[in-house]
Design a protein around this ligand. Structure first.
Ligand code: PEP
Ligand code: MG
Length: 753
């Protein structure tokens, strides 16, 4: 049974069409378990029932016909129990319900295993036996193992075939719920971005000029043909005969036959070449996947490989550059900074990403650009979204792929109101961030791109609380040299002078990669990142510090911040390096003022040693993005656990209080610079905690200022006291929203006035 298990699991992972997958699985399970029948029922959301989708050993005609209401029969019982049901004789069970079309009166033995994906029961896998018997432990474990894998494949296939578990994507006003990545609303046209050479990620697109599209496809074919010939020549001496045969087979397929003809047929029906290729490759590969012979089955991989080569060539060909609609909403499994950078700023209206969480970098970028974003939308069928008129609500983390006209006009009104609000709030630019009773909080900007420096200046930021130096490093193909860095830092220091500018030392590792400094680790977020890397590479660190110090000459507004500190010794070592570089430059005759230094509190150990850390430096900055991830043990980029990632979790509030209270006696300023700072509602908490400064994206600044200017410290303390009574983040969010509504500021955290 074990050998069958592996090969069935392979099928589950490889066969992409759901009907083929299910019929293959039931047939193979029946064989492997020597049972007399095997069947799969899946939920049909609209009809509110479970439908028999595949069967082996039962009447073939019953597939698609037999169905059970949710509260009916043993299938319904398995779903309600969310647990396997093993019966010696199902006919004696009170829940048994006879379905005559099934013709199963001779099969008393029953084992039903639920198919569950992310807590949601999708259906049931059933095996039946001709005689009365319980299935044994091995058989139960066998079916459970398959069912777990099958659940992922079913969910994925349903999504791709436009039938998400929650209904049809085409349903008007259907909501796809993700996580609020950046506030705001937008009505626009979806533009799907996808990684190169990934057939599954290719979206559906229609073309008008069919002949031109066929030419593009044929050009790609000849390029791949030429590539393969070149490869054959280059490898001729080392190629084994079977490999040569493989290349010959590739050439044959490229010269004509099913793969080429069927793709052209699809293009003739209006599909663009990439989409036509994707469907043809899948169709051909499935044919091989169905074959019993393992050698022939493996040929499916060759077809995928060839398909990817053609796709790559299609993508690298001289195709027209993408046309960006006036209100572009970028949609992707993952929306990269590069994809964002390609959209003209005035056309970019929103971002929807199937991956990511509140503090992943796509959310940070959206914040920085002041556009709404929904992230972690795992039920999104990305490939079906291209060119659709869509709506995004970044406050609630909702995406509407097929909104009605009424809904579109409602959201257009919200978007207009929001624009008005932004103009109104911009009037606060020169006003101080001070509570009604006179408590002053400095509002600073987070930056890292040259584009957001001017935005930060325009919104009235009183300096830069966090400049992520890794961003300019990430935008290059090698480490930037000292002078190159000096010029980059000089721009931001000069722009804000005499206000302070906090340059954070290189914070790579985790999810921030440099293409020219690859790091492969099992647990990158717990590994080599931030200060750990720069201390291990003093040559990188010293160059950066020297560039920062030289950039600050004559401006004297530099503050240096150390990221990812978990041990006191790291701060001592970093300070030692700063001192030594500083002394060297001063000894060399440069007039440089000693910079202020600070430590980021981003890991729990630093929370508990905040006072010891603060003693050594001039200021403290709490990075709630990482602190949330490490305190809650939730990867900030993993959509599977994104619902658990919340910087308003009560333990975060307690950690922040611990930091502010332990640093207060030292009189050193404490600031906060994670994404939660951009949430206007959270400002009430920071007032109550007596935080000295807040650093956020430029877009959020006036909203946060508006809140600060509407509360007194005792009022805020009352709200914090209530929040501390709460047991979860949702309850805290509710209390904060209510407090905002009470002072007439509810519109800051929801769509519409
Ligand atoms: C943080 O962790 O809160 C932070 C501001 O740093 P980054 O998001 O760049 O990791
Ligand atoms: Mg961080």
């Amino acid at each position: 049974m074990l050998a069958s298990l592996h090969s069935i699991l392979q099928d589950v992972n490889n066969i992409r069409r759901l009907d083929q997958l299910l019929s293959q699985v039931v047939r193979r399970i029946k064989e492997a378990t020597s049972s007399d029948a095997c069947s799969i029922y899946l939920e049909n959301v609209e009809r509110e029932c479970y439908v028999l989708e595949a069967a082996a050993g039962l009447a073939e005609t019953s597939v698609g016909k037999v169905s059970l209401k949710k509260n009916e029969g043993l299938v319904g019982l398995v779903c309600r129990r969310e647990e396997s049901l093993n019966l010696e004789n199902l006919f004696e069970h009170p829940c048994y319900q006879r379905m005559k079309d099934l013709k199963d009166d001779h099969l008393p033995g029953f084992l039903g295993v639920p198919i569950i994906h992310f807590r949601k029961v999708l259906g049931v896998l059933v095996v039946r036996q001709r005689w009365k018997r319980y299935f044994n432990e091995d058989e139960v474990a066998f079916l459970q193992t398959i069912s777990i894998q099958l659940a992922g494949a079913v969910a994925h296939a349903q999504m791709l075939s436009n039938k998400s578990a929650s209904g049809q994507v085409n349903n008007q006003n259907q909501t796809i719920t993700g996580i609020p990545g950046s506030p705001g609303v937008a009505v626009g046209v979806a533009l799907v971005v996808y990684p190169a050479a990934d057939l599954d990620a290719v979206p559906d697109r229609q073309v008008v000029d069919i002949d031109a599209e066929i030419t593009v496809f044929q050009k790609a074919l000849s390029e791949v043909r030429a590539d393969i010939r070149r490869l054959m020549v280059r490898l001729s001496s080392v190629l084994a005969p079977e490999d040569r045969a493989l290349f010959d087979a590739y050439l044959l397929m490229l010269d004509g036959g099913g793969l080429v003809d069927r793709t052209i047929e699809r293009i003739q029906k209006g599909s663009w070449a990439a989409g036509a290729l994707r469907d043809t490759v899948n169709e051909h590969a499935h044919f091989f996947e169905e074959i019993e012979d393992p050698y022939l089955r493996e040929r499916a991989d060759d077809i995928y490989d060839l398909g990817r080569r053609i796709l790559l060539s299609l993508q690298s060909g001289k195709r027209k550059p993408l046309e960006y609609p006036k209100h572009t909403i970028l949609v992707g499994e993952e929306v990269s900074a590069a994809a964002l950078a390609e959209v003209p700023v005035e056309r970019l209206a929103g971002i929807v990403s199937a991956n990511g969480s509140r503090s992943s970098h796509v959310a940070i970028l959206a914040h920085a650009l002041g556009i709404p974003a929904v992230v972690g939308a795992i039920n999104l069928s990305v490939g079906k979204m291209d060119k659709k008129n869509v709506i995004i609500d970044g406050y609630r983390g909702c995406f509407y792929p097929s909104p009605s006209a009424a809904m579109r006009s409602e959201y257009k009104r919200f978007a207009d109101e929001e624009r008005e609000l932004t103009t109104e709030l911009n009037r606060l630019r020169n006003k101080t961030a001070q509570t009604v009773d006179g408590f002053r909080i400095k509002l600073l900007a987070n930056t890292g791109f040259s584009s957001d420096i001017s935005a930060a200046l325009a919104c009235g930021a009183e300096g830069v609380g966090l400049y992520r130096t890794e961003f300019p490093f990430m935008a290059r193909e090698r480490f930037p040299g000292e002078d190159e860095q000096r010029l980059i830092y000089r721009v931001v220091l000069d722009t804000f002078s005499p206000s302070p500018v906090t340059l954070r030392t290189l914070d790579i590792g985790g999810d921030k990669h440099l293409s020219y400094f690859p790091i492969k680790e099992e647990n990158p977020f717990l590994g080599w990142r931030g200060i750990r890397i720069t201390l291990d590479h003093p040559e990188i660190f010293r160059t950066q510090i020297r560039a920062m110090l030289r950039a600050s000459m004559g401006l004297n507004n530099l503050q240096i911040l150390f990221p990812m500190v978990s041990h006191i010794s790291e701060v001592d070592a970093a300070l030692g390096i700063v001192k030594s570089v500083f002394d060297e430059l001063v000894d060399g005759g440069l007039h440089i003022q000693r910079p202020k230094t600070g430590v980021m509190i981003e890991v729990p150990s630093a929370v508990y040693q905040a006072a010891e850390l603060a003693k050594r430096v001039d200021f403290i900055s709490v990075g709630t993005n990482d602190l949330t991830q490490y305190l809650l043990a939730v990867d900030r980029n993993n959509p599977r656990v994104a619902q658990l990632y919340d910087s308003l979790h009560p333990s975060l509030l307690k950690a922040l209080i611990q930091v502010t209270e332990s640093v207060a006696p030292l009189g050193k300023p404490v600031g906060i610079c994670g994404e939660i700072v951009g949430d206007p509602a959270a400002a009430i908490l920071w007032i109550a905690m007596g935080v000295d400064n807040l650093s956020m994206s430029a877009f959020a600044l006036s909203r946060v200022k508006q809140v600060i200017r509407h509360f007194t410290v005792p009022q805020a303390q009352e709200v914090l006291a209530k929040a501390l009574q709460c047991e979860d983040a949702d309850a805290i969010r509710e209390i904060l929203s209510q407090a905002l509504e009470e002072v007439g500021l509810g519109y800051l955290v929801r769509a519409g006035k």
